[in-house]
Ligand binder design. Structure first.
Ligand SMILES: Cc1ncc(COP(=O)(O)O)c(C=O)c1O
Length: 400
C-alpha cells in the first residue's frame, strides 16, 4: 500500500506544513476521522451514558458499547473482557493492585530492564509491601529478552510475570508467546504491556493466551485520556475492583454493595466517553490501513534511515536490529538534551532522555538517548531532513 497521500488525513500537517514528527513512540498524530468522530459525539449526542432514560443517552451508551466491541474484535476477545482506563499506566497499576492480594511473602515476580516505568514500578512497590522478590530476566548482549534467559529466572516461587511486548527504547519484540506457554505450565499469570505494540502488530490475545494485556489509545492514533486492559474472563470475575463509586454497582444498602458484572465493575464514575468512541474509530482506521501494510512501510523507512545513519561517523546507534521504527542513538560525547535543541530548531520533533525507562538506559550505560520513532505518516523527505540535522549536529560538536 502507498501511504503517499496519507498526510491529508492528519490535520496537523495542514497547520504545520514543515513539521517533521519523529516522536510517535511518545504519542501518534491524530487522523481527521478520529477528531470528527469525537466532535460528532460532543455536537450531536454528547450526554452521559448508562444513566439517562432518554434517547440521546441510549445513543451515547450505544456508541460507547460499540467502541468496546471494536476493541474486543481488534484484539480478539470477548466484549466483557475489555476494561476502559485512563491510559496504559492506569491499566497496569490497576491490574497490579488487584493481583496484590494473592502475592505472598517470598513469592517472585519476573520482569525486565526493558520495561517502561509504568510496567515495573507498580510491581516494585507491591513487592516491597509484600516482601516478595522482583527478578529481572538477564538481557542478552543486544539487550533483548530471550526465552533461554527467561528460563534462568523462572522458579517454583514465580507468581506473576510482567513484561513489555515491544520496548519503547530498543523497539525489540519480546518472545511473549513462548514465555506465556512456559509460565502457564506452572500456573503463573502473565501481564503484557502492549503500549508500543498495538499500533504496529496484529494482536490476538486468545492466540497469545496472555492473562492481561494493556495499551493506551493515544499511541494508536486515538485520543489521550483513554486506555484499555484486557483480562481473561475467568480471572476478571474473581477480582475485586480497586475503585468504588457510581455506575459500578447493582445494589447498595447501609453496609453492603453488590457490584456489577465485568467489565462495568472496573469502571466507576463517568468514563471518558468521547475518548472511548474516538479510540474505536482510531482502531478502525488502523484496520483500514492494514497493520501489515503499516509494518511493511515502517520497515522500509526504518531501513532507509539506518542505511543513512550508518554512513555518519561520531554517532552510536543502540538498536540497529529494532523490530519497529524506533531508533535510539547518541551523538558521541554529547548529552542527548543538548543535541535535541538542534533538532528542535529544524522543526524536527524527537525525544531525548531516558524515555521513562531508566533501567534500559542504565543498562546501555548512558544518561539517555535521542529517540526517533517512525510511523505511517513519515516520509523519505522526513528522514533526509533528520539525517541532515544529525550531520550538522555532529559537525558542530566536533569543533569542541
Ligand atoms: C512500553 C510503554 N509502556 C507504558 C507507557 C506509558 O504510556 P501512558 O503514558 O500512555 O500511560 C509507554 C509510554 O511511552 C510505553 O512506551
Amino acid at each position: 500500500m502507498d501511504f503517499k497521500d496519507i498526510r491529508k488525513e492528519f490535520p496537523i500537517y495542514q497547520n504545520i506544513p514543515n513539521l517533521v514528527y519523529l516522536d510517535s513512540g511518545a504519542t501518534a498524530l491524530k487522523p481527521k476521522c478520529v477528531l470528527d468522530k469525537m466532535n460528532e459525539y460532543y455536537t450531536t449526542y454528547g450526554v452521559n451514558i448508562h444513566r439517562g432514560v432518554y434517547a440521546l443517552s441510549y445513543q451515547a451508551t450505544d456508541e460507547y458499547d460499540k467502541a468496546r466491541e471494536i476493541v474486543s474484535k481488534f484484539i480478539n476477545c470477548d466484549f466483557k473482557e475489555v476494561v476502559f482506563t485512563k491510559n496504559v499506566s492506569d491499566a497496569l497499576n490497576k491490574i497490579c493492585l488487584m493481583l496484590e492480594n494473592d502475592l505472598q511473602e517470598n513469592d517472585e515476580v519476573i520482569t525486565s530492564e526493558l520495561e517502561h516505568h509504568s510496567s515495573v514500578l507498580p510491581w516494585m512497590k507491591v513487592c516491597q509491601r509484600k516482601n516478595a522478590k522482583l527478578k529481572y530476566i538477564p538481557l542478552n548482549e543486544e539487550g533483548r529478552i530471550t526465552v533461554e534467559n527467561f528460563k534462568k529466572v523462572l522458579t517454583d516461587k514465580t507468581k506473576y510475570i510482567a513484561l513489555t511486548l515491544v520496548s519503547n527504547v530498543m523497539g525489540y519484540l519480546t518472545p511473549i508467546k513462548e514465555i506465556i506457554e512456559l509460565a502457564h505450565q506452572r500456573n503463573i499469570m502473565v501481564i503484557v504491556d502492549a503500549a508500543q505494540a498495538i499500533q504496529h502488530f496484529s494482536i490476538d490475545v486468545r492466540d497469545l493466551d496472555c492473562d492481561f494485556l494493556a495499551f493506551s489509545g493515544h499511541k494508536a492514533m486515538g485520543p489521550t485520556g483513554i486506555g484499555v486492559f484486557y483480562g481473561k474472563k475467568k480471572i476478571l470475575k474473581q477480582l475485586q475492583p480497586i475503585d468504588f463509586g457510581g455506575d459500578m454497582n447493582e445494589e447498595v444498602d447501609l453496609y453492603n454493595v453488590d457490584i456489577k458484572d465485568i467489565p462495568y465493575r472496573f469502571e466507576t464514575g463517568t468514563p471518558p466517553i468521547a475518548e472511548a468512541i474516538g479510540l474505536g474509530r482510531a482502531l478502525e482506521f488502523l484496520l483500514e490501513l492494514g497493520l501489515d501494510n503499516i509494518q511493511k512501510y515502517e520497515k522500509e523507512l526504518h531501513s532507509y534511515a539506518l542505511s543513512k545513519l550508518d554512513q555518519i561517523e561520531g554517532i552510536t546507534i543502540y538498536n540497529k536490529s529494532s523490530d519497529v521504527g524506533i531508533i535510539s542513538f547518541n551523538i558521541d560525547g554529547v548529552h542527548p538534551h543538548d543535541a535535541a535543541t538542534f533538532f528542535d530548531e529544524a522543526s524536527i520533533c524527537l525525544r531525548a532522555g531516558h524515555h521513562c525507562a531508566q533501567l534500559i538506559t542504565k543498562w546501555l550505560k548512558c544518561v539517555g538517548t535521542l529517540r526517533a520513532s517512525l510511523y505511517v505518516y513519515n516520509t523519505y523527505e522526513d528522514i533526509d531532513k533528520f539525517i541532515e540535522v544529525v550531520k550538522q549536529t555532529v559537525d558542530f560538536f566536533k569543533q569542541f
